[in-house]
Ligand binder design. Sequence first.
Ligand code: TEU
Ligand code: CA
Length: 559
Amino acid sequence: MAQSWWQNAVIYQIYPKSFMDANGDGIGDLQGIISKLDYLQQLGVDALWLSPIYVSPQIDNGYDISDYRQIDQRFGTNADMYALIAAAHQRHLKIVMDLVANHTSDQAVWFQESKKSRHNYFSDFYIWRDPKSDGSEPNNWAANFGGSAWTYVPERQQYYLHYYAKEQPDLNWENPLVRQAIYDMMRFWKAQGVDGWRMDVISSISKDQHFTDYPDKLNRPYVLSDQNNGPRLHEFIQEMNREVLAPFNMMSVGEAPGATAANVRKFVDPERKELDMVFSFEHMRADRKAGGVNGKWDYDHFDLLKLKDSLTKWQDNLRDHGWNALYFENHDRARIVSRWGNDQKYRYQSATAFATVLHGMQGTPFVYQGEEIGMTNATFALADYEDIEITTNYRQYVEQDQTMTATEFLAAAQKLSRDHARTPMQWDTSANAGFTIGRPWFQLNPNYRQINVATDRQQHASIFKYYQQLIQLRHQFPILTTGRYQLELPTDQQLFVYRRVTAEQSWLIVANLSAQIVPITRLAELVTTEFVFKLKNNTHRCALDENIQPYEAFILELI
Ligand code: TEU
Ligand code: CA
């Protein structure tokens, strides 16, 4: 199968606000990113995905956009963006931008006009519905950020829909004028040199136009509906493909809460001419309590069998029918060494073990800023959190629904909050970890004095160096791109072991994702022939003659 650039790539996600501040105002910016391009080139990545940098009131840290074509002055100017694109391309780094087309900011001109009248050009750019006969919301849908998904506007005597904050009104994709406006904007950024799109909640853009109440066994006033896979979703994505992605050869990776192992081919099978890849949400529920009513906060314990089962289903279902987008971290997820690994005694081992599992698979691995040096969760008290999701969800589950206690919520937030991914990047041991000479917009993790790029890269057991080697391995050996995936030891509760096989080679990827020592005999049936190590995080090991250490990982070529 002919390879597209993104199939041989490792993509690095930058959260600009927290990456590098060049002008001392405490907020990361585009010139800061430009100053770190050499670092990213040394890491070996092939493309950069930037979280939104467009004009925004920052209610949801830029995922509430009020001008799609203008860089927010917090991050710099459009000229800075064009300079970044040129500097990245000079280093053979592609640029992927964030398409947030399910909703805009309520400060967008489109919405400001739409709310004024039922009879102007923008009236139907959003989803307006009349109140119920008693004046209440059109239905019982909840927003992801708590409360009703509907907000009333007296000027129109109607409610508008917002799956997220009330400041993030959902666009009406039923309206062809909306779709063409989005496609136009995408062409604008292509003309500036942008190479691809990460598409925010793309599986939510189509809504069932009946807007019926969502059943709720607890009969709460508002309940999260199924916000994904609406009736015209694939029609819209195929139109976007025809209008922009194919003719302008733009890579696409959809953030698709509605994609499952069972339906993922509908999104990414090349024959359907929709998207190139989608991010799964299923594997990230390997620590979620079954049957909970508190959404993501129903934290249980990390269940390796759930993780192996989910990732394997996606590997198997997408073989020859699409491509995986591989990740454990992003700006919405806590740090994997704290969430599923061991960020104290085994931070190097668990960071590199999870990286080995991910980068050995079929697909395109995504590295989130700081993941390459094993950054950890911070310790937050409720008042320390910055993310709108925390304050609104606390109100929803602890105060309104009372389906969680404050203690339970805080414990779950400590494990899972998005804020853990948004503490500033830790560059060195200087003030504010070298992120800013000003007052950082968000607190740093105090452990930056021990965990930072400069210190890590001086270590023999350096997580950065391990990522460099992993990425080199992927670039050097096609088996990691084209080899058939085959899970081994499916019921093993500690080892994640799988093969990558081509006609000529067979590699074994082994990771002990537990803090226990595992007898080497567990591999007896798998490693019966000679082998050579391709990569290992246990620096002294040179044979398979001793037990597997906690969070030890290695890649073998069986010969
Ligand atoms: O996230 C959408 C999404 O998946 C969230 O509902 C997710 O379940 C939640 O953030 C997990 O805690 C995208 C962006 O990645 C996120 O940063 C935005 O807040 C959201 O859309 C609205 O744009
Ligand atoms: Ca700045």
